[in-house]
Design a protein around this ligand. Structure first.
Ligand code: HEC
Ligand code: HEC
Length: 149
């Protein structure tokens, strides 16, 4: 009898924790849900979206505000971001860059048979290599090579 009571108690607590957690999760998801995705899948998880965004920052050597509108708020150190806004041209250029990168991978690299060599896919970093604008001509490559380090 005593054991049964214990089991009932533990089961009730566990069930309560699961229900509580799923409510908390649902609440988070609603708050974070992206509102203006035109290229990425609309049901992408918050974590996945954030990893992609961090990848863009690293690939181009920029911060979030390179593509996203950030508003300075009086008396506050951190700016307020409006991530859904399309008011920065860099964000729309990026959408085209995403489509271009996917097209190169699907239509060209994906169709090359590699022999004994695996054909890797390209990504932003392949061209940008940590720069806002890639080295786009032999002249700029030579200039870069001649710059003392
Ligand atoms: C190189 C440009 C670029 C950088 C840098 C960048 N983003 Fe984005 N971000 C985009 C683009 C483009 C989209 C929209 C993608 C689409 O339409 O599918 C987006 C969408 C988002 C969204 C979804 C907004 C919504 O409601 O639709 C969030 C949140 C976001 N970015 C956060 C970040 C954070 C945080 C950083 C910095 C760590 C960051 N981004 C850096 C280009 C960028
Ligand atoms: C095949 C090469 C290539 C790939 C891959 C590529 N880009 Fe670009 N990107 C370019 C070139 C070339 C330019 C134009 C540079 C210039 O104007 O001199 C550019 C320009 C940009 C710009 C505008 C920069 C500015 O200062 O105005 C953004 C933003 C950008 N790319 C983001 C991305 C992102 C994000 C990805 C990955 C989804 C990506 N690019 C993948 C070649 C590439």
């Amino acid at each position: 009898m005593r054991l049964n009571k214990k089991i009932v108690l533990i089961t009730t607590i566990c069930a309560g924790m699961v229900v509580g957690q799923s409510f908390a999760q649902r609440h988070d998801d609603d708050d974070d849900k992206p509102k203006n995705l035109k290229v990425l899948p609309k049901n992408i998880s918050g974590r996945e979206l954030h990893n992609i965004m961090k990848g863009y920052c690293f690939s181009l050597g920029v911060k979030c505000n390179f593509c996203h509108v950030a508003e300075k708020i009086e008396g506050q150190e951190k700016p307020k971001f409006d991530f859904a806004s399309d008011n920065k041209p860099e964000k729309n250029i990026t959408r085209d860059m995403m489509r271009m990168t996917a097209a190169i991978n699907e239509n060209y690299l994906g169709k090359i048979i590699g022999g004994d060599h695996t054909i890797e896919k390209i990504a932003c970093v392949t061209c940008h290599m940590g720069r806002q604008t890639p080295i786009n001509s032999l002249d700029s490559l030579k200039r870069q090579a001649n710059t003392p380090h």
